[in-house]
Ligand binder design. Structure first.
Ligand code: AKG
Length: 272
């Protein structure tokens, strides 16, 4: 395990509390294990409305993947694992969901008073996905500074060990961003069995909450149902992305990376 070359002087930062939304034990789990589950964060009606908005987008993304050449490296595969990024820019339902009071409060407790949506994507794992999605940190894909941001992995269907729920390796987030290498299935920072690994099975409407620095994977989908997830990531306002070409870009596109918390308050729907 090696560190990313840009990760030279990392130290874990986390608001000290008191917390308005999460419990002390959830804050401790975030600090010590790198994540926790928030059960039943959303109602069945909220999940149904979001799923109805996302399903056609996933179907279109899956259609587009049919034309992807087999030797084109990527993390998505037609009829297996399908990603669609920046859903908030195309779906008013997702755009409103990304500003849900649950996220506003999580962001305030775990990031601070000025927070933007940094990234959002749906990830559906269809039946017959035999491969895992390998161990990685979200900050291993695109290096964001500050390195710590918040990933909210929202289960739209029950996520189980059989259909590809997330797993985390507790504790490694404290090292900051690790070096990743490209594999046929995506970037990877850990290989082989991880004795500390913890499965995070989730009921639909629950969230696996973890840091951008928490190594995680998802397993194969060996069931007959699609496993559906919507992932939202939130970063402190002012965060920048170090692109692989060496450029440094602000993560502040008003359409897809809007403020959700400003001066500690819910930012409403229209402000950027
Ligand atoms: O949901 C999945 O199966 C994997 C997605 C993931 O880990 C990610 O997008 O970082």
């Amino acid at each position: 395990m090696q560190r990313h070359p840009l990760n030279t002087n990392f130290s874990w930062q986390q608001p000290a509390g008191p917390y308005g939304f999460i419990s002390e034990s959830q804050a401790t789990a975030y600090r010590e294990q790198g994540g926790f589950i928030l059960q039943d964060a959303f109602t069945a009606d909220e999940v149904a409305a979001l799923t109805a908005a996302l399903d056609p987008m996933e179907a279109a993304a899956n259609d587009a993947l049919q034309h992807q050449s087999a030797d084109q490296p990527g993390i998505a595969r037609a009829d297996e694992i399908v990603f669609r990024a920046h859903v908030v820019m195309a779906s008013p339902v997702a755009n409103t969901f990304a500003r849900h009071p649950v996220f506003v409060q999580l962001c305030r407790d775990l990031i601070g008073p000025q927070v933007r949506l940094y990234w959002d994507q749906l990830v559906y794992k269809r039946p017959g996905t035999a491969e895992e999605f390998p161990w990685h940190q979200d900050n291993g894909y695109n290096y964001v500074a500050p390195q710590q941001y918040l990933t909210c992995w929202v289960a739209l269907t029950d996520a189980t060990e059989a259909n590809g729920c997330p797993w985390i390796t507790p504790g490694l987030h404290l090292h900051g961003t690790l070096r990743h290498r490209w594999t046929d299935l995506g970037f990877a920072c850990l290989e082989g069995e991880q004795p500390q690994a913890m499965a995070l099975p989730l009921k639909a409407g629950s969230i696996a909450i973890f840091s951008s620095l928490t190594p995680h994977r998802t397993g194969p989908n060996l069931t007959k149902q699609v496993r559906k997830a919507y992932i939202l990531q939130y970063a402190a306002d002012g965060a920048v992305v170090h692109a692989r070409d060496g450029s440094v870009q602000p993560a502040a596109n008003p359409q897809g990376q809007f403020l959700v918390v400003s001066d500690g308050a819910d930012n409403g729907a229209d402000d950027v």
